[in-house]
Write a protein that binds this ligand. Structure first.
Ligand code: SF4
Ligand code: SF4
Length: 344
């Protein structure tokens, strides 16, 4: 991968150059939180943010989108609104890029999704490094460093950014600046190594995920799941904020008295009481305990079987938002503890 250096004094100009590649979006402060949105001014951007409330999945899988309209006269007409909008998302952390990489696998897999893929093609990603806070555990989930899924990735070296060029588009962005980036020196690399070592030491949470699929397999009947089910209020906040949760519901809105309507999809959550209701009214995950358990099993075991890695990137959002204090790190630690206690 090509690596260059961008002196920070050129960052504002670089941001202005990016406008030729699409709408520039980034993290901004909003009340007590940070959100990704279109920048009205470059000075709004907050590159020191810990995490945004919603992950960048909203750019490739909007909370609600119309799939197609239908009318007897026209048949089914796909709704392509917004699919050609080009967005440059600046300041995405490694864990969130990992989240998008996981969604890429899901939506390009067995059932390729043209809506997702069109949005993804038009989304340029400029990553940036970050400092872990008390909720981050991306290091344990092997998502603290990314080598793909971005166009450029900036590593802060104080007065400059070490810049990884991930794609041809990233290369075009560099070229469009007309020479703002310079070659890397040995000193840059040494400083990068020092800063990376300091960052690794800054993680407070460090759950051990080795053998986790096996532990989950063995502890399927553990009483912990009933305990968590009694606490969970089925609000769905954990999956709404999760960068890798992608369940959606499909519904039709038919205009009364006509044969016209539209079909749309909306984010759903496996924690909602009606998520697993099927025709005839049967709910095969009717209890809250079964739904909490399903979410954890899907992330930590099902994903490993299907994609070779957990479906959690350790972003810390669900720990922060759960009103019941359900904490994935504590659950991993506790399951490991009871599993090994029983075995000894
Ligand atoms: S499960 Fe929680 S910590 Fe893991 S990626 Fe989703 S929101 Fe982040
Ligand atoms: S955020 Fe907490 S309370 Fe809400 S559905 Fe998720 S686990 Fe349950």
């Amino acid at each position: 991968m090509k690596t260059l250096v961008l002196p920070k004094e050129h960052l504002d100009f670089f941001a202005s150059v990016l406008q030729q590649f699409g709408e520039v979006h980034g993290p901004v402060a909003q009340g007590d939180h940070f959100v990704f949105r279109r920048l009205r001014r470059w000075s709004e951007i907050r590159l020191d943010y810990p995490r945004t409330l919603l992950p960048p999945k909203k750019y490739v899988l909007p909370p609600r989108e119309c799939l197609f309209h239908y009318r007897p006269k026209d048949g089914y007409v796909p709704d392509t609104t917004g699919l050609d909008r080009r967005v440059v998302l600046f300041g995405v952390h490694a864990c969130d890029i990992y989240g998008i990489n996981i969604l890429d696998q899901v939506f390009a897999g067995r059932y390729p999704d043209p809506y997702y893929q069109a949005r993804r093609r038009n989304l340029a990603i400029i990553g940036i490094d970050c400092t872990p806070d008390e909720h981050c555990f991306c290091r344990s989930m092997r998502a603290d460093f990314v080598s793909q899924g971005f166009d450029l990735f900036l590593q802060d070296l104080g007065d400059r950014y070490l810049t990884f060029v991930g794609t041809a588009l990233g290369d075009d962005m560099v070229l469009a600046t007309g020479g703002l980036f310079r070659a890397v020196t040995r000193e840059d690399i040494e400083e990068y190594k020092e800063r990376s070592a300091v960052r690794r030491q800054a993680f407070v949470l460090d759950p051990e995920i080795r053998d986790l699929p096996e532990i989950f397999e063995m502890e399927y009947q553990n009483e912990l799941w009933e305990e968590l089910g009694a606490k969970c209020v089925s609000c769905g906040a954990c999956s709404t904020v999760c960068p890798t949760c992608y369940c959606y519901d499909v519904s039709d809105d038919v205009a009364l008295g006509t044969l016209e309507g539209l079909r749309s999809r909306t984010w759903d959550s496996c924690l909602f009481a009606g998520h697993a209701v099927v025709a005839g009214g049967e709910n095969f995950r009717g209890s809250r305990a079964s739904r909490v358990k399903f979410r954890f099993y899907h992330k930590q075991r099902g994903f490993v079987t299907e994609y070779g890695r957990p479906g959690c990137v350790g972003c810390g959002r669900c720990l922060e938002v759960c009103p019941a204090g359900i904490d994935i790190v504590k659950i991993i630690d506790r399951l490991r503890e009871v599993h090994h206690a029983a075995a000894s």
